[in-house]
Design a protein around this ligand. Sequence first.
Ligand code: HEC
Length: 124
Amino acid sequence: MGPLYRNLVLAVVLSGLAAWGAATLGLFEPPPPPLVRSAEALDRGRRVFERSCRHCHADIPLERRVAGWSAQRAWDAIGRLPEVYAAMPPFRGTPEERRDLALYVAELGAGARSGGAARQGAGP
Ligand code: HEC
């Protein structure tokens, strides 16, 4: 086996490993849409929450559990809910809904930090 052939095999093996590593690390997941907070996004996020999360989280309030979370941290958690807690189903929304939900969850956490009053007005 000549050195050229050996280098070729090595290159193929290494690029395969790199692709596998990137996939494993989740680098092929599309990046989040910019997590820009706005009244509209929070409002949409609240509605996503009511539709997808509230039937459980009315009894398991999230505010304290997500206190101090950034929207980025919430985005990450929403992408792997069954890993966060096995009882939770995976979130099946669009990336935009996931973004709005992440902003809303971060807002819940911010409310908890400042005594929890901020979020109460919105709910029924
Ligand atoms: C089937 C019921 C159920 C649904 C639906 C559900 N959750 Fe949960 N969730 C739980 C339970 C149970 C826990 C764990 C509570 C505890 O800490 O004891 C939890 C915990 C969490 C936590 C805290 C994680 C931590 O690190 O402490 C977050 C964040 C969360 N849920 C977000 C969501 C969001 C966002 C949705 C909607 C997309 C959702 N959950 C839907 C049951 C549910």
